[in-house]
Design a protein around this ligand. Structure first.
Ligand code: 8IG
Length: 272
């Protein structure tokens, strides 16, 4: 029992404590929109607006030390030109880290506790649609949760129709009418899929494969937030492209696309 979220206590009261920490450390009493930055999306923060405060995630109740050494997760409070307060979460806990789903969705529940009504989830992911290429951003239209887990505990029946808000997808397409969309499949990872698993996902109706976002989106909906999901296709999924997946290429595709997609994200958030 070394981590607050490992206790049987209510995860929502821990999220409230985290939101109180954020209010105290940023000096911003409440936030309107929250954005989680996944691989490839990191440059968006500076384009979203004026930085009011930057705090290390480790100062906030319940946030874990980053999984990758030297990768300090930060939480930022920004103010958009139109005066909205945006909470930018640069520290994601992945399901494959093995700390349980409460830890995975803590940032989302914290965002809701700061007052955010919209949760923007971004990630880097593999693409199944053959027309897509590395470096292309796409909207998430729906998901397949293939983790066999859920952030909901007990008999908590929550409607998942329109989980990825059609309204917010229209806002995104008002910025870029060419944005394609697809169904996001969350695998547990951390290994990438086999080609057979990618074919399974395709047969099930999936277009994007990743290791985050679906569990977070479920928690966001439970907290009453409207969800907008973006994937940066950093690689074609295994077997869709003839070449094997390389983590270095995934990182490089993210880096190459970062400027363009970050501007897209900032423009979309500006219109929400
Ligand atoms: I970046 O091809 C990235 N993340 N599951 N599959 C899965 N996750 C990913 C992939 C991928 N690329």
């Amino acid at each position: 029992m070394t981590h607050p979220l490992d206790h049987p206590a209510d995860p929502f009261s821990i999220a409230q404590a985290a939101a109180d920490d954020i209010a105290r450390l940023t000096g911003v009493a409440g936030h309107d929109i929250a954005v989680t930055l996944g691989s490839g999306w990191g440059k968006a923060a500076e384009l979203l607006g004026e930085t009011v405060a930057t705090i290390p995630a480790t100062e906030v109740t319940g946030f874990s030390k980053p999984a990758l050494e030297g990768h300090v997760g930060t939480i930022r409070s920004l103010r958009t030109p139109s005066g909205r307060n945006v909470l930018v979460i640069g520290a994601r806990t992945h399901y494959y880290e093995g700390h349980g789903v409460r830890r995975v969705v803590h940032s989302v529940r914290t965002a809701a506790a700061t007052g955010a009504k919209v949760m923007v989830l971004t990630n880097g992911a593999g693409g199944i649609k053959p027309a897509w290429s590395a470096g292309q951003p796409v909207l998430i239209s729906d998901h397949l949760n293939l983790t066999s887990d859920s952030p909901l505990e007990g008999a908590t029946f929550i409607d998942m129709t329109d989980l990825y808000s059609a309204r917010l997808r229209e806002v995104a397409r008002s910025v870029d009418p060419d944005l394609d969309e697809g169904v996001y499949c969350q695998f547990r990872g951390p290994q990438y899929e086999t080609p057979a698993e990618v074919q399974m996902a395709k047969t099930l109706g999936g277009h994007i494969v990743g290791m985050s976002t679906a569990l977070e989106a479920i928690a966001a909906r439970q907290s009453g937030m409207e969800v907008l999901g973006f994937s940066l296709i950093t690689n074609l999924a295994a077997g869709i492209s003839p070449s094997p997946l390389s983590h270095a290429e995934v990182i490089e595709a993210g880096r190459a696309a970062e400027g363009r997609i970050s501007q897209l994200l900032a423009d979309v958030v500006g219109r929400i």
